[in-house]
Design a protein around this ligand. Structure first.
Ligand SMILES: [Zn+2]
Length: 148
């Protein structure tokens, strides 16, 4: 006997909410994670004026990051004047590297979405969606505990 569902069974999207942002999983395919990062209305969308130094003390590997900013600025300088979504991307990358993934296999990008105050964040180099979900949670906690 066939079981008939009254409505199509659609899994609810994976979502994390912190004081700073709402992060929604868009997709995970191959080794690539795609998500949306939306700063909370009460949280800044940019890092200008925020003290990011404590974050770099907790994750010193961030100093090794390089960004294609066209001006040969260090990532520390870049991180002081960028979108919080972009900083979140780099924290994710650093947590992934800290879990043992070779840095050469990790790539990321952050772009403004069509929706206002919504960013598309893409990070490649994951071994599993569970690993990615774990790092998303850790990254949000880290940023929140550093008041970013
Ligand atoms: Zn970057």
């Amino acid at each position: 006997m066939n079981t008939v569902y009254p409505t199509p069974c659609v899994p609810s999207p994976q979502r994390w909410t912190s004081r700073l942002a709402v992060v929604t999983l868009h997709s995970f395919s191959g080794d690539t994670l795609r998500l949306y990062y939306e700063p909370q209305p009460t949280a800044p969308a940019r890092t200008d004026g925020l003290d990011i130094a404590p974050l770099f003390e907790v994750l010193p590997g961030l100093r090794r990051h390089r960004c294609d900013n066209g001006q040969h600025r260090s990532f520390f300088d870049e991180a002081r004047h960028t979108e919080t979504a972009h900083l979140f991307e780099h924290v994710l990358i650093e947590l992934l590297a800290a879990s043992g993934q070779p840095r050469s296999q990790i790539q990321g990008a952050t772009n403004l979405d069509e929706a206002p105050r919504r960013y598309r964040v893409k990070v490649s180099g994951w071994e599993s969606v569970a690993q990615a979900e774990d790092c998303i949670e850790k990254a949000l906690h880290l940023l929140e505990s550093r008041e970013l």
